[in-house]
Design a protein around this ligand. Sequence first.
Ligand SMILES: Nc1nc2c(c(=O)[nH]1)N[C@H]1C(S)=C(S)[C@@H](COP(=O)(O)O)O[C@H]1N2
Ligand SMILES: [Mo]
Length: 320
Amino acid sequence: MLIKHVRARDPLSSEITPRAVFEGRRRLLKAAAAAGVWAFAPAGAKAAKPVRGEPIPNLAPWPKSLSEPPTGYELATTYNNFYEFGFDKEDPARHSKSFKPRPWTVAVEGHAEKTGTFDFEDLIKPHQLEERVYRFRCVEAWSMVVPWVGVPLGDVLKRLVPTAKAKYVAFQTVLRPEEMPGQRLPLLKWPYVEGLRLDEAMHPLALLTVGMYGERLPNQNGAPLRLVLPWKYGFKSIKSIVRIAFTETEPPTTWNIATPREYGFYSNVNPQVDHPRWSQAKERRLGDPFFSPKRPTLMFNGYAEDVAHLYAGMDLAKLY
Ligand SMILES: Nc1nc2c(c(=O)[nH]1)N[C@H]1C(S)=C(S)[C@@H](COP(=O)(O)O)O[C@H]1N2
Ligand SMILES: [Mo]
């Protein structure tokens, strides 16, 4: 029972960090301070008030948006995971101010008829931008409700005309240690990479995202272009994408490389399959008063009706 109790407690934010990183954390912090990695933010600086982004005109509402009230903008833009800017939740907002999300090109490679380098605006422009209010669940057992702005990823991928050999899609985050101080530390294997099976990427819920709260994405939330996959744990929603590759085999993913026992390729939200170090049955909704009870986590984060068929016949305890 003691073991069960320990497993079921809240993950501390430090527990998400791979063990090796966690153990080396104090050492890294000291090294980072000595090397001036965080030089452009004074030590102990509070997360600055977020600078609001450029408004995005002509957004189509999405009929299936959640009717729950969105998480506050300030919270959703100052409590982030974006290890390229550091591993504490306040780091991305604090350390991403010198990041330059424009101009921005995306390399399209692999098994598709249309490959090459595209300005990200040209990938998006032919499609109607939608505002979609999604539930978003981090593997660390917190969640939020966010009005994202984007276009269906599948619509963009279809225009690139994947060939019969394309079975997966690989994504890569920009590598810019000069603008991303976290990349100057061995927190994860850089650049951050993610992947999806082609049918998952083509699913109408998969959103290629350029904004939130009606505005362009702030740097800390993955400007200028990221994924949002509402039925998967947050780390699949890769930020600041510079490469999309159609592959024949399952592409490597950053958190699976870091700790394969804890993070698999699929990473579907699943309250029945615990993380090796904590329960996934419940979640804390950001913004809920501290004393309010945790909420039950829903299968596929509440999107089971839409996506369960993608995983029919798979053992989701093994293919986590
Ligand atoms: N490149 C990159 N993408 C990333 C991450 C990261 O560290 N680097 N963190 C992931 C995790 S763990 C989460 S929970 C979400 C957080 O997205 P948000 O900051 O918009 O809430 O981004 C994901 N995408
Ligand atoms: Mo996460």
